[in-house]
Design a protein around this ligand. Structure first.
Ligand code: IYR
Length: 221
């Protein structure tokens, strides 16, 4: 297919001082984001969720094939099914599958196999990655850089939800194939992550953790 080009729309360049200020402001905003595990059952406006999903859908991705599928769950019965299945896997993980080394690095986060937030939080977003798409005639269209693409879209989604004023938790029950059945997704869609979304419970607590400094995480050549 012939490529079609248009002039780059809506690129904004800011004066140097403003650029620095914007960069600092964004850092200050995003550093307030914390993974929350104590959720309120307060409902959230699905209009907000949709806007944030639209932001996620703008993520750069392999060949613009957009190899993701999102599933928004608000039905209490479905959330309850997800909780039951996730806790069964997590019990296995915490009691048998996880190595001591893994349990040791998880200890400061205070996580365990109990996942009440899967029922309490008003919205769960299942994020699936697709190694290929299926055309109506059953033909496969291969996707590229699938986990990179879905990871970037998920990052956009988390940032958008935080920016809108909602709390999130990136939950990765392992394995999570059960999400295909509960969320009614075909088997070529692979569960990537379950995003728990809502308001923090009153008095919600988060663990004391530290982030790496620039010096620790960046090399300059
Ligand atoms: N999936 C488990 C375990 C877990 C693993 C990592 I790596 C974390 O950063 C947090 C939790 C759970 O959700 O509890």
């Amino acid at each position: 297919m012939e490529p079609k080009f248009i002039p780059l729309p809506e690129f904004h360049e800011y004066p140097a001082a403003e650029m620095q200020q914007r960069a600092e402001q964004f850092y200050q905003e995003i550093r307030r984001r914390r993974t929350v595990r104590d959720f309120s059952d307060r409902p959230v406006d699905l209009g907000v969720i949709d806007e944030c999903l639209k932001a996620a859908g703008t993520a750069p991705n392999g060949a613009n094939l957009q190899p993701w599928q999102f599933v928004v769950v608000t039905d209490p019965a479905v959330k309850s099914e997800i909780r039951i299945a996730a806790e069964a896997e997590e019990r296995e993980l915490y009691q048998h599958r996880a190595s001591q080394e893994w349990l040791d690095v998880l200890a400061p986060l205070g996580t365990d196999e109990n996942k009440p937030f899967l029922e309490t939080a008003p919205v769960l977003i299942g994020i699936f990655s697709k190694a290929y798409d299926l055309k109506p005639d059953g033909a496969r269209v291969k996707n590229y850089y699938v986990s990179e693409s879905v990871g970037i879209a998920t990052g956009f989604l988390i940032a958008a939800l935080h920016h809108a004023g909602l709390a999130t938790l990136t939950h990765t029950p392992s394995p999570m194939k059960f999400l295909n059945e509960i969320m009614d997704r075909p088997s070529h869609e692979r569960p990537f992550l379950l995003l728990v979304v809502g308001y923090p419970a009153e008095g919600a607590k988060v663990p004391v953790i530290e982030k790496k400094s620039l010096r620790e995480m960046v090399a300059y050549l």
